[in-house]
Design a protein around this ligand. Sequence first.
Ligand code: CTP
Ligand code: MG
Length: 231
Amino acid sequence: MNKVISLAAIIPAAGVGSRMGLNHPKQYLKIGDQTILEHTLDKLSKVDLIEHIYIAISDDDAYFDDLELPDNRVTRVSGGKERANSVLNALKAMKGSPPEWVLVHDAARPLVCINDIEKLITTCISADEGGILASKVKDTIKKGDIYSQETVPRDQLWQALTPQLFPYTALLNALDSALVDGALITDEASAMERAGQPVRLISGRSDNIKITTPEDHALVCFLMDQQQKSI
Ligand code: CTP
Ligand code: MG
């Protein structure tokens, strides 16, 4: 990539982790001797193109200040009610010197591969279009409630992952207007789709799992061990 670009990352980490059922937010659960949030931050810190990392943390969070964060490229911002509010707060915190591009990555996805992050960045910036890491749906998909009504063709179905990378101004406007309109926004891409902006699907590793339930945590501990042995 020859273009000089400016790129900041946002890690939304202001959730309570209700589906994990712990008495503390899941991002502070340990994998080996580090918290999930520290593992995630380590991964993003290894991507040279990321100039600065904004982490959205709840104002009630009693754990973040105890972490020893080696990276001086990190700024804490206030989390919001929903994930989209947390991301928007981080975008607003950059308003003084906004980057051209913003990469958003869930705190709860510590297994992301640096190669995949770099592939996302390179592809989107060369195309001058936003995009997301995603993995093709592998299972047979049924639609229904008590009974299956149909089997949905899966050739065009993707599971959305993070990171998601978009131009700063377009993402700020798309999230702002989605929240003003009360639209259901589960990721940045859904706000960009709603705003009629392009979202490239960039194939990423399907083991970039979001830790949501205790079963996910057990699996991620195993996979992280494998990943660290293979480095
Ligand atoms: N997140 C956030 N601000 C919120 C809600 C979520 O920054 N108000 C973050 C979470 O910390 C997480 C990411 O968004 O890193 C993905 O959200 P999710 O997996 O749903 O985490 P939680 O909301 O914490 O979990 P749950 O939905 O089970 O309560
Ligand atoms: Mg949630």
